[in-house]
Design a binder for this molecule. Structure first.
Ligand SMILES: NC(=O)c1ccc[n+]([C@@H]2O[C@H](COP(=O)([O-])OP(=O)(O)OC[C@H]3O[C@@H](n4cnc5c(N)ncnc54)[C@H](OP(=O)(O)O)[C@@H]3O)[C@@H](O)[C@H]2O)c1
Length: 297
């Protein structure tokens, strides 16, 4: 499909910015939408920004006006209960997809994650799985892209971890045995672009993982190597992690929570029964091999 105007809900974040840059470079008119879009700096050249909350129906109507394709990116990382995860992973994307259908938007892409399951131990994984179905119920042609842990310059994993490793002599590792299939941000961007452009993606779910599967402990060690750090990386026992999560949840805006501990109880890898990046014409690169470059930026 020819893309003319694309709205990226949650387009000012780590993935959204890179997607906006690629689409804008290809001549697509891009609007990024986020609560703090008005203060977002360094947006790619030519990209329009609209400050709006995806939970606000009137704001969403404005955000989707004239768009022929929409990508839904907002995700919840911390929460004391299921409610904030449900709001951002189920209720808001369902309402956005419903509004998109009403507005005559042709393509709707929902960004989900590897490892989501209806019976997963974490609110994050369960509500993403529910959100996929909620979107499909109101926008049957929607495409779901389940991303693996995504790495790139300024990511949410290797970048802060490397920073902490350079400052502390010891960092306990959460879920050391959990299997991870890290994804290069450029490959996720390529997948989301293909999901919008190609008609054969309608109504399908793709699993986007990189070419290498490794344990969380091995991945953290790779980050340590790339960071040039020497800190000790002992496994963090589950009981202690849950206690730390409960304590962190007492903060007004928690940066860690028990759900993150539950999230790490299950592997984040491609399942094998759903189409993957090769079906979108993408040969994924190994982002672990590029960690040095990501951390140098
Ligand atoms: N990064 C990864 O490793 C990874 C892996 C697998 C899946 N994913 C999924 O990919 C998606 C994007 O990830 P990301 O790393 O780009 O996240 P991110 O950097 O945290 O960006 C999230 C974006 O959503 C916006 N947002 C959050 N709440 C909003 C709300 N209520 N209304 C409007 N906008 C809102 C944020 O801006 P404001 O705060 O200004 O509103 C920001 O633009 C998420 O759904 C995530 O679960 C990411």
């Amino acid at each position: 499909m020819s893309l003319q105007r694309v709205t990226l809900l949650g387009g000012t974040g780590f993935v959204g910015r890179a997607l906006a840059a690629r689409l804008a470079a290809e001549g697509v008119a891009v609007r990024v939408v986020a609560r703090n879009a008005h203060t977002a700096t360094d947006l790619p050249e030519g990209v329009g920004a609209l400050a709006a909350d995806v939970r606000d129906a009137r704001a969403v109507r404005r955000a989707l006006a004239d768009a022929n394709a929409v990508v839904y990116l907002p995700g919840c990382v911390t929460g004391r209960s299921e409610s904030p995860f449900r709001e951002l992973h189920v209720n808001a994307p369902r309402a956005c997809a419903e509004q998109a259908a009403t507005e005559g938007v042709t393509r709707f892409v929902y960004v989900s994650a590897l490892g989501v399951r209806r019976d997963a131990p974490s609110h994050a994984d369960r509500t993403k799985a529910e959100g996929e179905r909620a979107v499909a119920a109101v926008f049957p042609d929607a495409t779901v892209v389940r991303a693996g842990l995504t790495l790139g310059a300024g990511d949410h994993f290797a970048t802060p971890l490397a920073d902490a490793m350079r400052r502390y002599p010891l960092l306990p590792v959460l879920g050391p045995g959990t299997r991870i299939q890290p994804l290069h941000r450029d490959d996720l961007v390529a997948a989301l672009t293909a999901a919008m452009r190609r008609d054969d993606t309608n109504g399908r779910t793709y699993e986007a993982g990189g070419p290498t599967t490794l344990s969380m402990h091995a991945l953290v060690k790779a980050v340590r190597r790339a960071a040039g750090a020497h800190c000790w990386l002992p496994p963090l026992p589950q009981g202690l992690a849950m206690a730390a999560g409960a304590l962190a949840e007492l903060a007004p805006t928690p940066r860690f929570c028990r759900d993150q501990v539950r999230l790490m109880r299950t592997d984040k890898v491609v399942r094998g029964d759903l189409p993957t990046l090769d079906r979108l014409g993408i040969t994924p690169r190994d982002p672990v091999a590029d960690l040095d470059a990501f951390l140098a930026v």
